[in-house]
Design a protein around this ligand. Structure first.
Ligand SMILES: C[S@@+](CC[C@H](N)C(=O)[O-])C[C@H]1O[C@@H](n2cnc3c(N)ncnc32)[C@H](O)[C@@H]1O
Length: 293
């Protein structure tokens, strides 16, 4: 008879085995079976998710055992991403509530906000930030932390997503600093201008969307759909940005793999590509001055 699952190590090994055997898809927070298993076991036990090694020998109670088995079984059977099963995702160690109304937070912009690189590209005083396509509100919250003196505005076309963003903003105690707007890109923002605009818009092309595994189909299609070549919304953001930036402001936008297309279409714009630990040439920076003829 198989040995009962008794410790964090047992559950971690069990989950890695089950996830690998089932051929699950990853990339929504964790990029492989081991990272997904570590996240599920630690978060499922209410433990910090940063270091599983120091907790491998921790014993698991009967109640915890039942919960972990149910989570692992649901991940394999339903192909639901771990973050939805646990209602939790992290960027840069900052926790966010998530459910199927929002894409699971994993934007490279999170790392760029935390790294301090934007402070070197912007004027000393950043008093206003816009997070376009805010989803769960994750980037608006990270921007509020990075720029403590700024008023943050965040917009999304999905009222469902905004309900999740509202919850996260309240949980982070930022109701007084982050204003949510519902509508199409800049449309609900009146004539405001911003020192910093950040955007992680939908940018998946139609072919890639058609090939999505179940895990990615569980996310709202409108969080991914960027039209035939993925750049429909990115183009609109670039077109409208000059009228929305303050004189020394700038636009930071994540676009996936569309660099060559964009540079060929807009040769007059000097895109600066900001790389992160896990991305190269997927996020551009354009200062307001780049739009001056
Ligand atoms: C890739 S998700 C990014 C969410 C969040 N910023 C993040 O990084 O996790 C894109 C978001 O854009 C929203 N969206 C799609 N089309 C939009 C539009 N035309 N105007 C405003 N928001 C839009 C979607 O509802 C979705 O929440």
């Amino acid at each position: 008879m198989a040995r009962p699952l008794a410790s964090v190590r047992d559950f971690f090994d069990y989950a890695v085995g089950e996830f690998s055997r089932a051929g699950l898809a990853f990339g929504q927070g964790a990029t492989n079976a081991a990272d997904e298993a570590a996240f599920m076991v630690l978060e499922g036990l209410g433990l910090p998710i940063d270091d599983i090694n120091s907790r491998l020998d921790k014993k698991v109670s009967p109640a915890e055992r039942g919960r972990l088995i149910a989570l692992i079984e649901a991940r394999v059977r339903t192909r639901t991403p771990a973050a939805y099963l646990l209602h939790r995702a992290y960027i840069q160690g900052v926790p966010f509530y998530v459910d199927e109304r929002v894409i699971i937070p994993r934007s490279y912009i999170g790392e760029l906000l935390a790294s301090g690189v934007l402070e070197t590209l912007l004027p000393d005083e950043v008093s206003s930030v816009l997070d376009l396509c805010t989803g769960s509100g994750c980037l608006a919250i990270l921007a509020a932390q990075a720029f403590p003196d700024a008023a943050i505005h965040a917009c999304d076309l999905s009222s469902d997503a905004l309900a999740v963003a509202r919850r996260n903003i309240a949980q982070h105690g930022l109701v007084a600093r982050v204003t949510l707007h519902e509508g199409d890109l800049f449309a609900p923002l009146g004539d405001r201008r911003f020192d910093l605009i950040i955007a992680n818009p939908p940018y998946v092309d139609a072919k890639a969307m058609a090939a999505f595994p179940d895990e990615f189909r569980a996310e709202p299609p409108m969080a991914h759909a960027g039209g035939a070549d993925g750049l429909d919304i990115v183009r609109r953001i670039i077109d409208d940005a000059p009228a929305r930036l303050t004189r020394f402001g700038g636009l930071l936008c994540e676009i996936g793999r569309g660099r060559a297309l964009l540079e060929a279409e807009r040769p007059e714009l000097s895109f600066m590509w900001l790389d992160t630990e896990e991305s190269a040439c997927e996020t551009f920076w354009l200062p307001a001055s780049a739009f001056e003829a």
